[in-house]
Each structure stands twice: as C-alpha cells, then as structure tokens.
Design a protein around this ligand. Structure first.
Ligand SMILES: Cc1cc2nc3c(=O)[nH]c(=O)nc-3n(C[C@H](O)[C@H](O)[C@H](O)COP(=O)(O)OP(=O)(O)OC[C@H]3O[C@@H](n4cnc5c(N)ncnc54)[C@H](O)[C@@H]3O)c2cc1C
Length: 480
C-alpha cells in the first residue's frame, strides 16, 4: 500500500515556488524534471490519471506566467537536451527541446552556421522558443523562429506523437508553434540554420532626435540591413519624445573579415569577462542603485548624448556580442529589487504605429510611469495561429514593480492596453503578465482563438495542459 502511494505524482513531485523571469509573478507548483522523452510521456499520463493539470517549462525566461502553473504540475524539460544530428552540408540541426540557443550556436558556428532567428538572450530552450515562436531583431526580414523549422514531434496529452511540418499535419504545426505549450510537448525539433561566411557583423549606429526621426531612420536602414533595433529613451519629453538610437547590422562577407575562419571560433564569440573593470557577475549589484526614476533618467540622458555624438559610427561585432546584449550582465533582473519588473511589449500596425507609440510614451509621463527601457523593432506578419507579429512596429517596455506602485501600475497597463487595442494592436504572451482574456480576444480576434480552441479540443480534449498564462488570456478559447 505504502509503495503504491509513494509512486504517485502527488507523493513524488515536490512543491516549489517558481518565479517568472520578471519576478513580479510567481506560483507554487508541483515540480518534476523528466530526463527522457519516455519519462515525460509517462509523467504526463500519470498526471492525467491523478487529475493534476500540467504545464511545461523550458529555461523559465518568459517574463510573465507562461511557465507557471499554480496548484498544478510543472514539467521542466531542460534535461531533454540530446542532439540527434547536425548535418553541416545541409545546415540542418535536429535535437530534443531542452537544447538552448547557446547550445545550438556553439555546436554550429565553427561550421559557418548561425540560427536564422534568435531572441535577445541565448539562455532559452528551443522548446520554449517554439512554444512562443520568438522573434529577433530581423523579424521584418526573417520572420519568427517557427519559419525555419522543418519538422517537430508533438507529444499530445493522450500519448500520441504527431510529426508535424508545413506539409504534414500543417494545422497542428501552425498551432503548436506559438501555442504556449497548450497542445502538447514538443519533443523533437528539426531546424534549418543560416550559412554565414565569418563570425562578425558590421554594425552602424544612428541617432534619432525624436520618434519621427527614429521611424524615418529605421525605414531608411531596413531595406539594406540584416538586423535593425532601436533603443528609446522613454524619459524624454516634449520635442525629444521618443528619441533614441538605432543599431543596424549586416553579415560580413568572408572577404570583408581579416580572419573569416578564426572569427568563427567559439572562443571568439564569447562575452567579455569584465565590463568597465567589474567582473560581469557583480554588475547587477551596482546597477541596483540606478534602477529608480532618477537613476534611469540620468543613465538614459548620458546614453542619449553618447549616441548623439556617436551618430554614424560603424564597427565590427561578433554575432554573440550583437545578438545577446542582455546576457552581458548576468542576473541583471535582480537589480529591480524584490518586487521584480514587468515587460510589456506592444505590436502596432504600421498605419497607426507612430501616433500610437507617441500616445503610449506620453501616457507613461502623465501617469508617472515612464518605462525604464524601450526597445523598438519592425515586424511582418506570419502564418502561425497565435502569431503576435503584425505588419508594423513593436515597442517593448520594462516597469519596476514595488508593493507601493503595483496597483497604480496595473491601472496604467489597463490604460495602455486600451490604447493598443484602439489602434488594432497585439501583445506578446512571452512578455505578458497583465492582460485579461477579454483584451487578448480583442487583440487576436475570434477567428484565431476559435481555430486554436478547435485544435485544443482535438488534441487535449480533457484539458490536461493548462498554465497560469493560458488560463488568464485564453479564457474564452478554453471554454469547452
Ligand atoms: C533577456 C531576455 C530577452 C528576450 N528577448 C526576446 C526577443 O528578443 N524576442 C523574443 O521573441 N523573445 C524574447 N525573450 C523571451 C523568451 O525568448 C521567450 O519567453 C522564450 O519562450 C523563453 O524560452 P524558455 O526556454 O525560457 O521557456 P519558458 O519561458 O520556460 O516557457 C515558455 C513557454 O514554452 C512552453 N514550453 C517550454 N518547453 C516546451 C516544450 N518542449 N514543448 C511545448 N511547450 C514548451 C512553456 O509551457 C511556456 O508556455 C527574451 C527573454 C529574456 C529573459
């Protein structure tokens, strides 16, 4: 009797308080970390038998509650990191979902390959990148991560393994990629990589003295840039509202790099061990003194004027140094203090983008919540069911959360959300902690939600897979 009881998940999977990357939301969940796909399948089946709801977790790099499951079971899939094959002749990489973006580029770069799409950090797993269908600083050109996937295996809660590609089970392929882990566990990924001639990019820096100039310069750079990303000083007001700096980058051809083969070596792609003389691991402790309105406004002012005088600078940077700026400072999120922070990323169609972003920045000032970070990107639509991309622009913003500001900040988010919805915009669930189901439905539209709900009912009729994010934002789609 006792042995049978101890083999149940209820007895075996310990409770843990798990946090989100932004730390502003967390949840007490049962936790297990299967080491093989078979063990994963058995655990999902066992959870189903015991009536425990399940959500998957990669590296926990989503800012909000995507990989939280209060009262349910979290299955941490980072242990599934077998590389099945790497074919440098074809540029095709096949692996389990726990392999990270870092694991991917480290394995392929010396053969002259880089991922077509990477997020701003190399820590996420490929499973997490697929479930959110992440975008990079080249979304306007390369589309999302899922467009470079040739095939996935999806383990459904009923224990079936569906092989999906743009040609086979195409509806499931387009639903599961970007499907928040709600249709099944991705257990195998086959990915096409991008051929690069050397390990470096040419980066051009431009300043924009206000939002109009940021848009103009971005539009000029985009047609001949492989990547383009803007930093916005959200503290600037008046004639400087929306000012910032743009970095545009292009892959260098082999003959433009003095050492094309050498620059592809993994060691040449590393991040520097020290910044301004400080070991990288200590920098967040210094940063915490500046993560307040006064500190950020001063840092932004200095950064803006450095950008202004550096307008037109051009330099060479490795793929890693350009792509993963946010990994320079380990644990930087801790600098926000115990309340953490929320990232809120809005996607606005190009027709209304400039006026809407201006309104969003102004609203930040009116409500006393200018964002501590502003990252501007250009996007294009894609064919995935829960696609967050629009033919337009996104602005990602970071907000410090404290006990004293939480209620007012959430009210501010509610106001921002109405502005975005009024402009026909969308949000990105990997960066969300605040939307309601009603907001999400308005942003994504009934047709998309119904298509997703139909897939959910087909693949997971007992609704075994649920997460805090899905319960919060997919409410109507989850109604059986
Ligand atoms: C510093 C930083 C910068 C970032 N920059 C960008 C950016 O530029 N662009 C961008 O698009 N995103 C960006 N992100 C967001 C991040 O890329 C995504 O949230 C990504 O999903 C995180 O992957 P993860 O492995 O940590 O997954 P988690 O956050 O743990 O989980 C994300 C989702 O994936 C699901 N999931 C995980 N594994 C599987 C699986 N095997 N099968 C099915 N579902 C699964 C989970 O249930 C959850 O819904 C950034 C995040 C950080 C922290």
């Amino acid at each position: 009797m006792r042995r049978a009881a101890s083999s149940t998940l209820r007895a075996r999977a310990p409770w843990q308080v798990l946090d989100s990357f932004g730390r502003a939301v967390n949840a007490s969940c049962r936790y297990a970390a299967p080491r093989t796909v078979d063990e994963l399948a058995a655990t999902v089946a066992r959870a189903h038998d015991e009536g425990i709801r399940v959500a998957f977790r990669g590296a926990g790099r989503s800012y909000g509650d995507a990989s939280l499951n209060a009262g349910g079971l979290i299955l941490d899939l980072q242990g599934l990191r077998k590389v099945h094959s790497w074919d440098p002749a074809a540029g095709v990489f096949e692996c389990e979902p726990g392999v990270t973006i870092e694991g991917l580029w480290r394995r392929t770069i010396e053969d002259g390959y880089w991922p077509h799409v990477v997020p701003g950090t190399m820590r996420p797993t490929l499973g997490g990148c697929l479930a959110m269908n992440v975008h990079g600083k080249n979304n306007y050109r390369a589309g999302p991560f899922g467009e470079h996937v040739q095939e996935i295996d999806l383990l459904t809660p009923r224990g079936e393994v569906l092989t999906c590609s743009p040609a086979q089970n195409a509806d499931v392929f387009h639903g599961a990629i970007g499907g928040l882990g709600m249709l099944g566990a991705i257990t195998r990924v086959k990915l096409k990589m991008k051929k690069v001639e050397c390990g470096n990019l040419r980066v051009d820096a431009r300043v924009g003295r206000n939002l109009d100039e940021m848009f103009e310069r971005f539009e000029e750079l985009i047609p001949h840039s492989d990547y383009c990303v803007g930093w916005v000083d959200c503290f600037a007001q008046g004639s400087g509202l929306g000012r910032g700096q743009i970095h545009a980058a292009n892959y260098l051809h082999g003959d433009e790099d003095p050492d094309p083969e050498g620059s592809l070596h993994v060691e040449r792609q590393g991040l520097p061990p020290r910044i301004l003389g400080f070991p990288r691991s200590r920098i967040w402790q210094v940063m915490q003194f500046f993560v307040n309105d006064l500190g950020v406004s001063m840092v932004n002012l200095a950064k803006y004027w450095a950008s202004y005088f550096g307008d037109g600078d051009s330099y060479v940077q490795s793929h890693v140094a350009f792509a993963f700026l946010l990994d320079y400072v380990p644990d930087w999120r801790l600098a926000y203090g115990p309340g953490g922070f929320v990232q809120y990323q809005v996607f606005i169609p190009k027709e209304t983008a400039k006026a809407t972003l201006r309104e969003i920045l102004a609203l930040g000032h009116r409500n006393g919540f200018p964002s501590y970070l502003g990252v501007l990107k250009r996007h294009r639509p894609d064919a995935f069911v829960l696609s967050h991309a629009v033919d337009g622009w996104s602005l990602a913003m970071d907000y410090k959360v404290t006990d004293g500001t939480r209620a007012a900040l959430w009210k501010h988010f509610a106001e921002l959300t109405q502005v975005v919805l009024g402009a026909g915009g969308r949000f990105y669930f990997a960066k969300d902690a605040v939307l309601t189901a009603e907001d999400a439905l308005r942003a994504y539209g009934t047709e998309r939600f119904e298509r997703f709900a139909a897939l959910k009912r087909r693949l997971d009729p007992d609704f075994a897979l649920r997460s805090d994010l899905a319960d919060r934002v997919l409410g109507p789609a989850f109604a059986r």
